[in-house]
Design a binder for this molecule. Structure first.
Ligand code: PAF
Length: 286
């Protein structure tokens, strides 16, 4: 199947209304394109759960804190549309920046404390931009369910809270992170890794594994866990661990002591590419 690619909000609304009138539930898979198997798992689940699936492809300028990162973000619309068609997605919403933001938006979603740490601390304004565009997509598509990857744990926590705090009638479905055979989390940014630097990228998932094992072995001090994780990061000129934190899975606040399940989250620079990943870790029962 080749999906219909809709570029205007008016047409998208009309198409979704038509599907709804025919009794279909609506699933939304928001993406920025450059799709990989992780996105495919979201679309596949959305296909199974809903009568009509809309995938959005929009590289949202509001969530980029650096112009060079926005410019370098991979754009592969034709291949993405073909892949979505193979997964049974019938509608692709691919608006231009001027369709989504005809004038620079004055208002935005304040993500509160949820954006204070991890990526929020290192990418000012990022989550305000994410929450704002997701709110707009929810208003435009009005889906019954929306699908997001757990790789972006902080993003997912913020979207869950957005839905709760604003009483949005959307069920948020989080899907597990998919990985390469060596453990590297699938990400649209992986394709920007230089071939000679690809082997370094796996250090982040190794660090998370070391951190998780430390917690499972009884470590309760986040500094000890960070130290264990840092051992997995090679000393190489173009590799830098930006952050590695143990946080509460819902509030995304760093914990002082690990006494229950935490999210371990990290960001690693490999050359010019910034990778993020996370795992859950639970201490042993005492
Ligand atoms: O995860 C992403 O691809 C983006 O942050 C999202 C949710 C599509 C919003 O632009």
């Amino acid at each position: 199947m080749i999906p219909d690619v809709v570029t205007t909000i008016a047409e998208l609304r009309a198409r979704v209304l038509g599907a709804r009138h025919s009794g279909a539930s609506i699933g939304l898979v928001p993406t920025m394109g450059a799709l990989h198997e992780g996105h495919a798992s979201l679309a596949t689940r959305a296909r199974a759960d809903n009568g009509c699936v809309v995938a959005s492809i929009f590289v949202n300028p509001l969530q980029f804190d650096r112009q060079d990162d926005l410019d370098a973000y991979p754009r592969t619309l034709d291949a993405d549309v073909a892949a979505l068609g193979n997964l049974g997605v019938e509608l692709v919403f691919a608006p231009s920046p001027s369709e989504m933001y005809p004038v620079p938006p004055e208002l935005g979603i304040d993500v509160g404390r949820l954006g204070d740490h991890l990526c929020g601390r290192h990418r000012p304004g990022h989550f305000r931009g994410v929450a704002t565009v997701v709110m707009k997509l929810f208003q435009i598509v009005q889906p019954d369910r929306a699908y997001f990857g757990e790789k972006d744990a902080q993003q997912l926590a913020i979207i869950r809270r957005l839905v709760a705090d604003f009483n949005l009638p959307v069920e948020v479905v989080g899907m597990p992170t998919l990985r390469e055979a060596d453990g590297l989390a699938l990400s649209s940014r992986n394709r920007r890794l230089r071939p000679e630097e690809r082997h370094l990228a796996v250090a982040l998932s190794r660090a998370l594994t070391e951190g998780r094992l430390a917690i499972e072995a009884g470590a309760t001090d986040p500094a000890t866990v960070r130290l264990a994780a840092a051992q997995a990061i090679p000393t190489a000129p173009r590799v830098r661990l930006e952050y590695f934190e143990s946080v509460d899975p819902e509030t995304m606040q760093p914990v002082d002591r690990i006494s229950g399940t935490v999210t371990l989250a990290g960001a690693l620079w490999v050359g010019d590419v910034r990778l993020i990943d996370n795992v859950r870790a639970t201490p042993p029962l005492r």
